[in-house]
Every structure is written in structure tokens, then in C-alpha cells.
Design a protein around this ligand. Structure first.
Ligand code: HEC
Ligand code: HEC
Length: 252
């Protein structure tokens, strides 16, 4: 059994698969880490954690500074789980990092070509009804025992990577529908992502400070201060819901 100072990867995995139930004070929606990082972070097409530990600390353009693994996890807590960050030096973080460390030596798959097609929202609505609603609900609210929310108050925030159309389309193309993950074309994946992302979801306070060097990717759904200062075109505003918990116990 691993010592406390090294962290307990088994307990860490339990937190990653039941985040909201384990840490109700930090819960911001109905997702868990492994809702997106499928198969406990080992599915190659689903934002894998294979080899991730070796990639940090790493400079990242979204925050504009070098992030350690703890901060990267807190970013997914604050944005993807619309939750409240946890202390970097605490036991819960140490155990989640220990799980990431257990995958450090696993070889990282080649990145998939991102799907950067313009999405057609009307086609995407039809596609959602045909391919997704049976599990994720007609109103994107999720179905207990089948699948979590894809929009609304229980879904990821607008500041999440999954709220970017290219990221979501690429995830869908290779992983959804969950039980028939090869049926969508690139265009259908782009259309469905575009439709889902026109629906309301929780805000992410401070998002206007993202990409401080003025280089937001083309599918970022909100205005940033630096892009505005650089005179870049601003994306169309999306409908936002009020935030349930503040992410910001640990701002930098
Ligand atoms: C709504 C989907 C979603 C959920 C839920 C989610 N993440 Fe993520 N996560 C992402 C996306 C998208 C990325 C960016 C992947 C990329 O950079 O290609 C990411 C990236 C990461 C990375 C960086 C991996 C690397 O190799 O750079 C880590 C670590 C991570 N997430 C951990 C977590 C943890 C821990 C949780 C739960 C507290 C969580 N994520 C919940 C979508 C999600
Ligand atoms: C057979 C049921 C099923 C179908 C159909 C299905 N999904 Fe999923 N989906 C799942 C399950 C199960 C997960 C992972 C949940 C977990 O482990 O917490 C998931 C996860 C997701 C996620 C990441 C977590 C979240 O809720 O944001 C997204 C986004 C998603 N699905 C979108 C879609 C879209 C869009 C379609 C239609 C193309 C679709 N799914 C079809 C069952 C399904």
C-alpha cells in the first residue's frame, strides 16, 4: 500500500468516478471526471490521461502561465464540473494526482485530427433527437442511470473545453452514441455539437481573462479582454445560466 505522502491512487480513482457524491461542497453539476475521460481516462479517443503526468508542469495558452497537474485538475473542476476548486496540497488532490501518476508511463496515443467544420444547428437538432436524446434526454437534462446532462444546470460550464465546438465534435465523432460510437460522420458530429452548444449552460466567472496573449482558438464561445483589445471579432453570445458555486476559492 502506498504511503500517505505519495497519495492513494485507488482512493483517487474513486474521487474521479464519483466526484460530486464524494465532495458535495465542491459539486457544481451532475458530471464526474470520467463522464468525459472515458474508461477511467484510458480510452484513447476520449481525452486520455495516458502519459499526462509526464506533460506537467506545462505552459498553457488559456491561463497564460505554466500549470502544474494540480492546477490542471482544478481547471477541470472549475470549468468541466462547474464546481469549486480543491486545495492543491490536500489529501483529495494528492490522491487524484496519484491516479494520474499511475498512468504516467502509459504511451500517449497520437492526437486525433480535430473536426473543424462549420456546424449546421438545424441539422444538429435533428441529429440530437435521432442519436442522443434516448440517453441524454430530450431537453439535454440527462437520464438517471443512462447518461448525464449535455446542457442546462447539470452540464459543463461555458468555460469548459467541451463547450468548444471543435473539441466537442471530435469527442462525439469517436465516442458517441456511447453504444454505437462509429455511426456519426464528421459533419454530423459538427452539426450536433453546434446545436448542443446553442443551449444554455452555466457561466464561468473570469472567462474574459482567458487567453491573455490574445490568441483564443476559433471555437471559443465567449469574448476575451485580450482579443477585444486586439480588435478581433467577438463570438456570438451564448445563453448562460447563473453559476451555482463559485470556482474561485483559489484564484491566482
Ligand atoms: C465535460 C467534460 C470533462 C469533464 C467532466 C472533465 N474533463 Fe478534464 N478535460 C476535458 C477536456 C476537453 C480536456 C482538454 C483535453 C485536451 O487538451 O485535448 C481536459 C483535460 C484534462 C487534463 C489534462 C490532460 C493532459 O494530458 O493534458 C486533466 C489532467 C483532466 N482533464 C482532469 C480532469 C479531472 C480530474 C476531472 C474531474 C475533476 C475532469 N478532468 C473532468 C474535459 C472534461
Ligand atoms: C446509449 C446511451 C448514449 C447515447 C445514445 C449517447 N450517449 Fe453520450 N454518454 C453516454 C454515457 C454513458 C456517457 C458517459 C457517462 C459517464 O460515464 O458518466 C456519455 C457521455 C457524453 C458526454 C460527456 C459528458 C457529458 O454529459 O457532457 C457528451 C458531451 C455526450 N455524451 C454527448 C452525446 C451526444 C451529443 C450524443 C448523440 C450523438 C450522445 N452522447 C449519445 C451515453 C450515451
Amino acid at each position: 500500500m502506498s504511503s500517505v505522502s505519495q497519495g492513494d491512487a485507488v482512493r483517487g480513482l474513486a474521487l474521479l468516478t464519483a466526484f460530486g457524491d464524494s465532495l458535495p461542497g465542491n459539486r457544481g453539476n451532475g458530471l464526474r471526471c470520467t463522464s468525459c475521460h472515458l474508461d477511467n481516462g484510458t480510452r484513447e479517443t476520449a481525452l486520455p490521461w495516458l502519459g499526462s503526468a509526464a506533460r506537467y508542469p506545462q505552459y498553457r495558452a488559456r491561463p497564460g502561465y505554466s500549470e502544474n497537474m494540480e492546477r490542471r485538475i482544478n481547471e477541470c473542476i472549475a470549468r468541466s464540473l462547474a464546481g469549486k476548486m480543491i486545495p492543491e496540497a490536500g489529501r483529495d488532490m494528492r490522491d487524484m494526482v496519484a491516479y494520474m501518476e499511475s498512468l504516467r508511463e502509459r504511451s500517449r496515443p497520437a492526437e486525433h485530427e480535430p473536426i473543424k467544420l462549420v456546424g449546421n444547428v438545424a441539422s444538429g437538432r435533428d441529429g440530437y433527437v435521432a442519436q442522443c436524446a434516448r440517453c441524454h434526454g430530450a431537453a439535454g437534462e440527462g437520464v438517471v442511470g443512462l447518461a448525464p446532462a449535455v446542457w442546462g444546470a447539470e452540464s459543463y460550464s461555458v468555460g469548459a473545453g467541451m463547450a468548444r465546438q471543435f473539441t466537442m465534435a471530435t469527442f462525439l465523432r469517436h465516442n458517441m452514441p456511447y453504444d454505437r460510437a462509429t455511426v456519426l460522420t464528421d459533419q454530423q458530429a459538427a452539426d450536433i455539437a453546434a446545436y448542443v452548444l446553442t443551449q444554455p449552460r452555466q457561466d464561468h466567472p473570469g472567462k474574459e481573462r482567458d487567453w491573455p496573449k490574445g490568441d483564443p482558438p476559433a471555437d471559443v464561445a465567449y469574448a476575451t479582454d485580450s482579443a477585444r483589445a486586439a480588435g478581433k471579432p467577438m463570438p456570438a453570445a451564448r445563453p448562460l445560466l447563473p453559476r451555482r458555486v463559485s470556482p474561485d476559492s483559489l484564484s491566482r
